[in-house]
Design a protein around this ligand. Structure first.
Ligand code: ATP
Length: 355
């Protein structure tokens, strides 16, 4: 079932939490609402859930206008950050809860609960209480409890926010696996870019009560629509440039020219260029002269790329460059050495932004 939010606005007093937001989540997709704290993600999710009502706008499930329906009439399953399991009920009773509310026959309840517990490999915990489970196990139970009554929509608010990095990553794969098994249209809120990109089919990037971009993870990463999206996705060098007579020149002195494809037909003036760490090259010679002289501050070799942080003193800039392990071996870089950094590509946006 598709979920559509059309022209949703919501104020809390004078504060505009959502400003004319429209988004369409296609049937069967897992969609992430991604954005910084206070950008309106939870408010939008709660309006879709029926836990909050919009001041203006419409919510559709498929073609049905459910804007004024209460949460219990929307056939929605929820998972929250803080497990919200019933503490006085066993794991079995927690998962059975939604089925019992709907007065499902006992044999069906038993079959469904055990089937779901088996799926999350917690059937031996059926008679245990939530306090006897780890955080990750509780959240797996919260997930199957939400799925037990066959909801048409699953909404998750920072479902793994309270867990440590390893458990978080395990639960991401659970969520994806569940989604592939049940195909319930699902929306989850996160402020973690990596989580959104790893799990979701589509990502909605939000900022200050508005949607900056909607797209697949690849679209959003490779073609960020705005400076905010580019910056929010992390690990980007923001370098001041002067655009002058069809050239984009780096820094106050303008000694380095950025590749022409970066800036297109931008007007003369000062603006920021956004250059990802892999879009910069390090070399030991000043090939072609169009490069910044920079001193190596720090090298982080842990990971599939080597992260090098450098100080370009002429520009007053600290920059991060990703180098492949092979290139790193060839360069044999050491801290405090002086090298040359050349921009290969990057992006300039028409309008700049401030956080
Ligand atoms: P977070 O990741 O921190 O949860 P968010 O993107 O989910 O952030 P929301 O929870 O939707 O953001 O909140 C958006 C803004 O609306 C915040 O500034 C918040 O303080 C405000 N807000 C949310 N609910 C209420 C409320 N019931 N009363 C007053 N202000 C509210």
């Amino acid at each position: 079932m598709s979920i559509t939010a059309q022209n949703i606005s919501k104020r809390f007093g004078d504060f505009v939490a959502l400003d004319n937001v429209s988004v369409e989540c296609p049937a069967g997709q897992l969609v992430a609402l991604l954005g910084p704290s206070g950008s309106g993600k939870t408010t939008l999710l709660r309006i879709i859930a029926g836990l909050e009502f919009a001041d203006a706008g419409t919510v559709l499930f498929k073609e049905d206008d459910i804007t004024r329906h209460s949460a219990k009439d929307r056939k929605v399953g929820f998972v929250f950050q803080h497990y919200a399991l019933f503490r006085h009920m066993t794991v079995y009773e927690n998962v059975a809860f939604g089925l019992r509310v709907r007065k499902a026959p006992e044999d069906k309840v038993q079959h469904r609960v055990m089937e779901l517990l088996k799926l999350v490999r917690l059937e031996e915990k059926a008679r245990h209480y939530p306090s006897e489970l780890s955080g990750g196990q509780r959240q797996r139970i919260a997930l199957v409890r939400a799925l037990a009554p066959d909801p048409e929509v699953l909404l998750l608010d920072e479902p793994f926010g309270a867990l440590d990095a390893k458990v978080r990553s395990e639960l991401r794969s659970w969520l994806r696996r569940f989604h592939d098994e049940f195909h319930v249209t699902s929306i989850f809120v996160t402020h973690d870019q990596e989580e959104a990109f790893e799990v979701a089919d589509s990502v909605v990037v939000m900022n200050k009560g508005k949607i900056e971009q909607f797209g697949t993870p690849i679209e959003v990463f490779e073609h960020p629509a705005t400076a905010f999206v580019m910056d929010f996705l992390g690990n980007v060098n923001k370098l001041p440039v002067r655009v002058e007579g069809g050239k984009a020149l780096l820094g106050e002195t303008g000694m380095v020219e950025l590749p022409a494809k970066l800036f297109g037909t931008k007007e003369n003036g000062k603006i920021d260029a956004y250059i990802r760490p892999h879009e910069l090259d390090i070399s030991r010679t000043a090939e072609g002269g169009n490069c910044m002289t920079a001193k190596v501050l720090h090298i982080n070799p842990a990971g599939s790329v080597v992260k090098v942080r450098l100080m370009a003193e002429d520009f007053g800039l600290v920059i991060t460059v990703d180098v492949s392990p092979e290139r790193f071996r060839d360069l044999a870089l050491k801290t405090a050495e002086v090298v040359y950094v050349t921009p290969k590509s990057g992006k300039i946006f028409d309008t700049d932004y401030t956080i």
